[in-house]
Structure formats: structure tokens, C-alpha cells
Design a protein around this ligand. Structure first.
Ligand code: C2E
Ligand code: MG
Ligand code: MG
Length: 252
């Protein structure tokens, strides 16, 4: 806790970026920004190891604001067709500062709102109810896309999915091999006008089946692991049309 409080002022946070692929058009659509903490003694600490504590001790909003600014700055350097997805934690909806922070981050980076996607989990929706929905509407008013992350791992999923016009639902990676669940969620997404992203795609065989089962997008180690921003030009090159198509066909 002591170290975590100092991490932001000491500049110890960094973002890694994982590619997201459109399986319908076989192309790279952008990257998800994933937070890491470069601790002087512990090395690179993954988010699951410190975000719950950051939420508990009230640091997540300031960390989240840093993430928004850094991710928008980075995305402004990418080719125009590519978007950035940023994870937003439940407490960020409770401060009343989220919409202003998003607006500020977009303006500072000179990034168009439509190139930003915000990922939230069911927990965030459940915890804050109507206040969250109002903020989501305001975020969409800025042009941002909103997606429901880790779908299937929380509670009352179907109610949540219906309660707000999400642009995308991301099926948690624990369902990557469950054809019945994937098919049902993809069909539901399609009928509600949402894209469906399969998370945690690790093998060509999984990718082929997820595609057959109706997922419109995919993300996972097969397509690319999260990498530091410096490596993105290489990834963007590698996932150019040819490779993306080969991967989407599951033959790579
Ligand atoms: P998430 O948003 O569901 O992010 C996807 C996680 O799955 C990432 O873990 C990613 O590295 C991992 N992953 C991607 N493809 C594969 C795969 O093929 N196989 C396996 N086994 N794993 C895969 P990561 O980076 O450790 O992030 C974990 C979680 O931490 C994220 O889950 C998200 O909920 C949270 N998180 C990350 N960055 C932020 C942030 O800036 N703010 C907030 N509030 N939460 C964040
Ligand atoms: Mg996410
Ligand atoms: Mg997820």
C-alpha cells in the first residue's frame, strides 16, 4: 500500500497494448490498453495484483485518469483507423469525475472520441445503477464506444446487457471453449446490435470455432500478447492485411 501510493508520482505505471481483430473484415481494429506497475524491487506487476488494492484505498480514480490520458496520447500516434480500448473500474463512476476526465484526455491528445472505447464490467453497472447509466450516455455523447467486459463472470448478466445500449460485449476467456455459451451470446449480441469479442483466443482451432459460432471480433495470445508501446509499429505491420486474414482463417 505504501509503495502503491507512491507509484503514480514516481511514474512507475506503464501501459501495454494487445491487438483486437475484426473477424468479419479480417483486420486489426486497435488495441486494448492494459496497465502494468514497474516496481523497483518486484519487477513488472500485473494489474490483478494491485488494482483491487488501488480500488480499496481510493487510488483507482487518479490511476484511471492517468491511464486515460496515456492511452489517448498513444492512440493519437496510430494510423487513423485504429482505436484504443481502456478499462474503467467501478469506483471511477462514483467520483463524478469520469466524464470530465475522458473529455479532458481526448482534448489533450487531440483524439476523436470515436477512437476511444471504454470497457466496464458488470460489477460497475450493478454497483452504481442509474448514476452509471447517465454517465455512460454522456460518454457516448462524446463519441466514445462502450463495451461490457468479462461477460458471463458477474451476476444477472442478461439484465445488464439489456439495460444499456452497449456497442460490444466481450465474452470472458473462461468461455473460449464453450460453444453453447459463445453461440448464445453471439446471437444475443447480434439481435441487440452489438459486436461480440471473444477474449483469450490462444489456438487456431479456437479461433476457427469462435468465428463459426458468430463472434465478430477476437483478442488473445494467438493474435498477439500485450506489448509495450515501443513495439506497436512492428505489431501493426505484422497484423497488416495478409497475416490478419491468415489468422482469421485459422491457418497461421
Ligand atoms: P481484461 O480487461 O479482461 O483484460 C484481458 C486480460 O486477459 C489481460 O490480462 C490480458 O493479458 C489477458 N489475456 C489476453 N489474451 C489472453 C490469452 O489468450 N490467454 C490468457 N490466459 N490471457 C489473455 P492483464 O493485462 O493481466 O489484465 C487483467 C485485468 O486487469 C483486465 O482484464 C482488467 O480487468 C484489469 N485491468 C487492466 N488494465 C486496467 C486499467 O487500466 N484499469 C482498470 N480498472 N483495470 C485494468
Ligand atoms: Mg478489458
Ligand atoms: Mg475481459
Amino acid at each position: 500500500e505504501h509503495d502503491l501510493r507512491a507509484a503514480l508520482p514516481l511514474g512507475q505505471f506503464e501501459l501495454h497494448y494487445q491487438p483486437q481483430l475484426d473477424l468479419v473484415r479480417n483486420r486489426l481494429t486497435g488495441f486494448e490498453a492494459l496497465l502494468r506497475w514497474r516496481h523497483p524491487a518486484r519487477g513488472l506487476v500485473p494489474p490483478d495484483a494491485f488494482i483491487p488494492l488501488a480500488e480499496e484505498i481510493g487510488l483507482i480514480s487518479s490511476i484511471g485518469e492517468w491511464v486515460l490520458r496515456a492511452a489517448c496520447q498513444e492512440a493519437a500516434r496510430w494510423p487513423r483507423g485504429l482505436c484504443v480500448a481502456v478499462n474503467v473500474a467501478a469506483p471511477q463512476f462514483e467520483t463524478g469525475r469520469l466524464v470530465g476526465a475522458v473529455e479532458g484526455a481526448l482534448a489533450a491528445a487531440g483524439l476523436s472520441g470515436c477512437r476511444l472505447e471504454l470497457e466496464l464490467t458488470e460489477t460497475a453497472l450493478l454497483r452504481c445503477g442509474d448514476a452509471t447509466l447517465d454517465q455512460l450516455r454522456a460518454l457516448k455523447g462524446l463519441g466514445a464506444q462502450v463495451s461490457l467486459d468479462d461477460f458471463g463472470t458477474g451476476y444477472s448478466s442478461l439484465t445488464q446487457l439489456r439495460s444499456f445500449p452497449f456497442d460490444r460485449v466481450k465474452i470472458d476467456r473462461s468461455f473460449a471453449d464453450d460453444a453453447a455459451v459463445v453461440r448464445a451470446v453471439a446471437a444475443l449480441g447480434a439481435s441487440l446490435g452489438m459486436r461480440t469479442t471473444a477474449e483469450g483466443v490462444e489456438t487456431p482451432d479456437q479461433l476457427r470455432r469462435l468465428r463459426e459460432d458468430g463472434c465478430t471480433d477476437a483478442q488473445g495470445y494467438l493474435l498477439g500478447r500485450p506489448v509495450p508501446a515501443a513495439e506497436l509499429p512492428g505489431v501493426i505491420g505484422r497484423l497488416g492485411a495478409g497475416t490478419a486474414a491468415a489468422l482469421a482463417e485459422g491457418v497461421a
